[in-house]
Design a protein around this ligand. Structure first.
Ligand code: ADP
Length: 234
């Protein structure tokens, strides 16, 4: 298949392993994971603490590389990319949302959202225009000049979602995006992710411990001891 071809899966892992070396001892965090995620999918990753969820999310997000096996992101084999190319792939293909929002505290919502575009060398006026557009998409057009501390938890997570989508990625990876929110606000954030998935066709993969959040995804991937135990979409 042509690298980066549009019919390539958004993400594809084939027999991926990841071992960490700790004081000379090797810990196998992933022991052979095969997974294909197509554009427009909405999947939840579930599993006990220590089962390898974060390790898998880091690999899928091009923050890390497999020890063995093949990982393709947007049709590109990450093993064939330099560190710079991998960072470019990450910046163009993947948006991240975190449990604790990870916003810059002294910076406005607009500047937080515009940040990923800085690395693309985009002119400032264009960055600001796209940031306001993304904030409008998440219903925060009236908060563009607010700093994170002036926003509620749900609003901060919506700013983080705007930052994830501003670069128009094929995939959004969300690590417990509702973990710091009350139940109602968590479901509002899920409503927003669902809408973006539906309207923009972005694949969304989220890690969650909450069964009612996981149930809202169309696919559930259960991980245990570094292996996929069950995948409703396989
Ligand atoms: P989860 O996200 O499901 O809690 P992780 O992917 O964080 O699981 O961890 C999987 C396994 O890998 C655990 O045994 C963990 O201790 C180990 N691990 C994770 N990151 C590192 C690291 N940087 N160095 C050493 N061991 C690690």
């Amino acid at each position: 298949m042509t690298p980066g071809a549009s019919d390539a899966p958004a993400l594809e892992a084939v027999d991926v392993t990841r071992a960490y070396k700790m004081e000379g001892v090797s810990v196998q965090a992933l022991r052979g994971v095969s997974l294909r995620v197509d554009e427009g999918e909405f999947a939840a990753i579930l599993g006990p603490s220590g089962s390898g969820k974060s390790t898998l999310m880091h690999l899928l997000g091009c923050l890390d590389r497999p020890t063995a096996g093949t990982l393709r992101v947007g049709g590109r084999n990450v093993a064939e990319l330099s560190d710079t190319e991998l960072a470019e792939l990450r910046n163009s293909r993947v948006g991240f949302v975190f449990q604790s929002f990870h916003l810059l505290a002294r910076t406005s919502a607009r500047e937080n959202v515009a940040l990923p575009l800085v690395y693309r060398g985009m002119p400032r006026a264009e960055r600001r225009r796209l940031a306001v557009q993304a904030l409008t998409t998440v219903g925060l057009e009236h908060r563009v000049g607010h700093r994170p501390g002036q926003l509620s938890g749900g609003e901060q997570q919506r700013v983080a979602i705007a930052r994830a989508l501003v670069g128009d990625p094929g995939v959004v990876l969300a690590d417990e995006p509702t973990g710091n929110l009350d139940t109602r606000t968590g479901h509002e954030v899920m409503d927003l992710l669902e809408r973006l998935n539906h309207e923009r066709g972005m694949a969304i993969i989220l890690v969650t411990h909450e069964p009612d959040i996981a149930a809202r995804a169309r696919r559930q991937i259960h991980i245990r001891d570094g292996l996929i135990e069950r995948d409703t979409g396989a």
